[in-house]
Each structure stands twice: as structure tokens, then as C-alpha cells.
Design a protein around this ligand. Sequence first.
Ligand code: NAP
Length: 754
Amino acid sequence: MTIVNVTTPQQEHEFIIDTVAIIGLGLIGGSLAKSLRENGVARHVIGFDRRPDELKQGLALGVIDESATSLTLAVEHADVVVMAVPVGAVENVLSQINTSFKRGAILTDVGSVKGCFVDAVNNAFATVPDQNRPIVIPGHPIAGSEKSGVSAANASLFVQHKVILTPILSTGAAEFEALGLIRRMWERCGAVVLEMSVDHHDDVLAATSHLPHLIAFSLVDTLAGEGDSREIFKYAAGGFRDFTRIASSDPVMWSDIFISNRDSTLKVLDRFADDLAALRQAIDNEDSKTLLGVFTRAKAARDHFGKILSGQAYTTTMNTENVIFKLKPGGEVNGTIRVAGDKSMSHRSIMLGSLADGVTEVEGFLEGEDSLATLQAFRDMGVVIEGPDEGRVKIYGVGVNGLKQPPGALYLGNSGTAMRLFAGLLAGQAFDTELTGDESLSKRPMERVAAPLREMGAVIETAEQGRPPMKIKGGSPLKGMHYDMPMASAQVKSCVLLAGLYASGETSVTEPAPTRDHTERMLNGFGYPVVREGATASLSGGGSLTATKIDVPADISSAAFFLVAASITPGAKLTIQHVGMNPTRVGVINILRAMGGNIEISNETVVGGEPVADLTVCYSPLKGINIPEDQVPLAIDEFPVLFIAAACAEGKTVLTGAEELRVKESDRIQVMADGLKAVGVETLVTPDGIEIEGQQIQGGTVDSHGDHRIAMAFAVASLRANADITINDCANVATSFPNFVALAGQVGIQISVA
Ligand code: NAP
């Protein structure tokens, strides 16, 4: 036998198997045989079929090299034997050839159920000594069609389709080598090979393939049995045709599959039958809330199918694609724009809307990946949420104590805000929860919220060094407390206050410096009193929230990129509409003005408790300043782009008291310093800040380290650069500012995406 496991490019066209026997020259067996020949995977392909006509046709169509006249003749010289008969026929066929395998041969298959193949092998070889048994590697190509027989054989059937191998014996070197060979065999036919356990395979396939086939067969049969079936089929449009296509699959094969995968299909069928009965009941009761709940959850799941498949839950590209921004130097900044909705308020509107009594309507919701992850997490906890549809979301609140245990861990994408606020909300629930996030979130410190929550009575586990995932034990009674925050963090403050909703007595938090107060304002907006006295915010547990309407203002953190863009670009004049002007967020305006920035505020109003205004920015030469430390928490997310402003200012800008920046999505001090260096701007990094001397920005390549704000800051830097700037790792810009590139292009920044 020729077995080559390590393949070099030259070997791509070499045979890796000498002789393969295919037993059952139908659609799958024939397709594999043809593919093995056409791709030069095996030197010699022998076919066997009960029907000589099929074999003759197989030879004529070039599917096989040789037809065997008996099962024994097919198998006795083969290095690899592939069983491609229906799963129910395998044991009978194997029993006829259990002593015919050549020593060291591999037995594999293509059957749709793996447990019964393994049982069939065990039964057929029960009396055969170990040394005379073949090495068994069960397999299942997830490819096929409704056609059958060798005439339908298609050599490219498996290209870019998955093949699942469910190895049972991987202890010895020979088994390991055999597994590698079967993997290579399928890969050379164009397939993508996965491995999983036999039981897992059968459960997964019962849910994703077997149940849908059963439903399609059953539905078509039901409708065909109706008296007026001709009428029904006449008017059944594309949807019906698409949905029931699989009902024309081979009935024999499928009845065989259901019997062979009886336990797994019954399990999922029972669950489905229960859910169907609940839907029937909801229709009967005219219970549109239940129907909406099922349909909105299903729609979200279907819309995000690809993302779920890539293990990203409901969020897209985070850290998976290398999105690159390419910028030409110079450009203009002019016009009138409205930037994306505020991220902090989008998160909180979903959280508080879910806990309120009644229906909350939100407009201007940021459809970024983080806020979508928050929205999905509440759906997972049983809240019915319609949308988002162009920024509109409708939340059917379940009341403070109405959340249900989610079916699995809650995935919060890239969002530290979400994880810290969720920790507070979930600490007082009756059920256990687990909070997870993407790679970057998984490195961020959570002990800062876990510690005060534990003081209140919560039972919380984190991974090493206080990192996510966070596991929160349900049913732990919380006691109100006073917390003197060691750091100025709105997330920690919000977390403790939200836990306070579920605590006995009063919960209060004193902050060392002012931080964002959206949580307090929005709680008040939902009719839940939060008292503010000096640096202390307090509330009493046990109250309720009343649904409201929320118009999320444009995010000042997103506006900041354009405030700086216009400030540093000669001739610029830009108006940004309806920007949230919460006093705890306006640090970027204060700092830019202190540097000589020309920003006019107009149309000031208050929307849902939050001040809002239009901002008009004109170019103005900036000068370096010592940034007042009391402004740091008010501009904490805006520093990456403020560093660009500093690089364009005359003289030195000094930032201190900003160590918090080191534990954001990236170490924003170091990553910005590295990026500035890459475009020719030298800086001095200090433990809690940075010193930046204004100087000419050059071209260069910047690594954003997956940090959206770093990526957008350097896009702005291009306006004053003297050569092209390339920014790597920009996929996460979609998390906070989905249409940044379009808006940047609209105002005059010369940006493209590679
Ligand atoms: P097919 O085109 O109908 O071919 C089945 C083959 O098995 C034919 O050669 C048939 O011989 C032979 N056969 C049937 N009953 C037999 C018996 N009792 N004893 C010996 N041979 C018998 O079916 P297929 O679609 O290729 O399916 C073959 C296997 O692939 C099944 O295990 C199925 O679960 C699996 N599979 C199918 C698909 C799909 O979409 N079709 C996808 C993935 C996996 P005759 O020529 O005498 O009928």
C-alpha cells in the first residue's frame, strides 16, 4: 500500500492510495469514485454494486477503473474500502466480507448516521480476530442531492462541502495514520474535513438534517392528502417550493436514516413537537406576544446564521477578517452629518427597556455589533424585542423579575460596558449565568466589578486574574451597600447601581471624579428614582421601571473623530447634528476648545433626560496644552483622536492621570504611541499618560491592534499626513461606528477599505 501522509506541493498530484474499493455505486459512492480518479487520489478504483447494469454504466462513464463481480473480489486487494450503501444495509454487506480484508486495510463509509455504522462494524466483525480486522474510520460527507444512482455521479459534489470523520480508535500509530489518510483523501476531493464524536454527530445531524427532512415529507404529504390539493399546490409559490424541495429525496434512504438514528431524532422531534404545540396554543389564544417572541428570535438567528456558524454568536467579523483602511494624504472636511447613535445609551436602552413594565420604543439605536450582542442576550433571556430596523427597536419589557435563564452562555462580543453592566444586573437573578466575549474582551479586567458585587452578597467566579468568562450564581440575596469607587469608572458605578435594583435597602456609589451618568439619567427616565448628592449616586432596591420612549442621540465619541478632523484641516467647516451633550461626556469639546479649537454649539434641547445639540466646527490652528486631569474621565474614549489633534498642534500636549487608557480595548497609550511613531511622530510615554510634541505626520503603516478607536483616529491623521497611511486590523470599527468609512468619505477624507 502506498500511503503518503505528508504532502508537499509537488506531491499534490501524486496518488496517496493505491487501490480503493467502493461498495455501492450510487450517487455518493459514484461521486467519490469519480472524484478520486479525476483528482488523481487513488491509482486504481474498483466498484461493486448489486446491479451489474450500474457497474457497466460506471465503467462507461469513467466513474471506476474496474468493476468487481463479487464483494470479496472488490475488497480483497483494496487498501481503502468505502461503504456507500444505505446505513441499514451495512451490517449485512460487511458480514459477507468480514474475513476478506487485506491486512492493514482501512474501512470507511459515507453513511448519514454514525452510531449505527459503528454498531454494524462491531456486530459484523465480532468473531474476527483483531489482527484480521480493518482499521475503521467512520465518515459522512455533508453533500448530496435528491438524485440517486451512478448516473448522477458528480466528481465535484464534495468541493467546499464538509466531511465529518468520527474516529473511534485513535490510540495507535496505525489508526492515527489511517485517519490522516482518509482526511487527505477527502481534502484532495475538495472537501473541508472536520472531526467529532459519533454521538455528537448523530445529535447534530438529527437537528440540522433529519428533522427538516421529516418536516418537509410530512408537510407535503399532509397537503397532498387535502381534498383540494391541486388548488393548494397551484397557489403554493416559491417559499413552499424552496421549503419542501427536500421532500423529493430518496424515501428508502430516509426511512433507513430515521430508524438508524432513532434516539437522536426522537429527542429533537419531541422538542419540536412541544414548541409547535405552544405555537398552536398561542394562535388559538390570539397571543401575539408569544408568536412575536418566537418569530423575532428565529429571524435574528436566521439573519445571523453565518456568524453563529463562525462561532461569533450574533456578532460579525470581530477579529476574524483583516479589514485594512487605506488613506491618501490630505483631503477636506465639509458638510453636515449625523453620526451613529450613542453606544452607551443604546446598550442601556435595551437593558432597562427589558426590565421595565410595558413596551419601550427606541429610536436612533446604534446597530453596531456590541449593542446587537446586548439585544440578543436579552432575547436569550426571554425578552421579546422587535428590530432593529433603521435604528428603531421595540422592547416588550418583562419587569424587574421577569428574565428567564438563557439556554447557554451570554456572548457579549467586544463590549466591556455590556459585560460589566450585565454582571450587576445578573448578580441578583434567581438563575445562574455565564458571560463570555471575544478574544479582546476576554483579556479585560472584571475583578473591579466582581469585588464590589461580592461585597453585596453575589457569588461570582472569574477566570485567572479576574478575566472573563464570569460565572454568576443565581439565587444569592444581595444587600445594599455604600461603595467608594477606587477608580473613576462609569461601568463600575453602573454595575453596582444595577445590582442595587435587586438588593435590600439602599445602594450608593461615590466616585473619585465625575464619570458618565447615563445609567442614572436613564433609570430616572424609566421612573426609577436615583438620587444624586455631590459625588454620590444612590437608589433603593425593590422598585419597578415603567416603559418609555427613547430617542438615542448621536454618539459624541463618534462625533469626536469629526470634531478633530475639522479642527486640524485648513478650510474645514462641518456641522454634526443631534449630538448627545451629557455633561459627563463633553471632555473632548472642552479639551479641543482649550487647545484653540473653534466649536459652536447650537439647537440645544433635552431629549429623554439627555441634553442634545448641533456642533459646528471650523478649522483653527491648535496649540499644545496640559490636559486638566478632571477632564480625563469626561473624554476617556476620545483620547486616541485627541492624540492626533496633539500631533497637529503647535507645542507640547501633556496627558496625565489616564492609566485607565491602558486597559481599554487595547493599551491605548502604548498602541497610539507605536502608531504615531509609525507615521513619524515621536512621543514620550509615561505610566499614566503621554507627551506629544506637534510635528509633521508622515505616511506609514499602523497596527490598530483590533481597537476600533485607534483605527479611526489614524484615518483622521491622514488629513495632515504627507504620504499614504495604511491601517491594519480595522474590522472592529463596525462595533461602534458601522458607517464610519462612508461618512468619512462623504466629508472629504480620502479613505478606502481593502
Ligand atoms: P443511492 O444513489 O441510492 O445509492 C445506494 C447504493 O447502495 C446503490 O449502489 C445501491 O445498489 C446500494 N444498495 C442499496 N440497498 C442495498 C442493500 N440492501 N445491499 C447492498 N447494496 C445496497 O444512494 P446514495 O445517496 O448514494 O446513498 C448512499 C449512502 O450515502 C447512504 O448511506 C446515505 O446515508 C449516504 N449519504 C447520502 C447523501 C445524499 O444526499 N444522497 C448525502 C450524504 C450521505 P442498487 O444499485 O442495487 O440500488
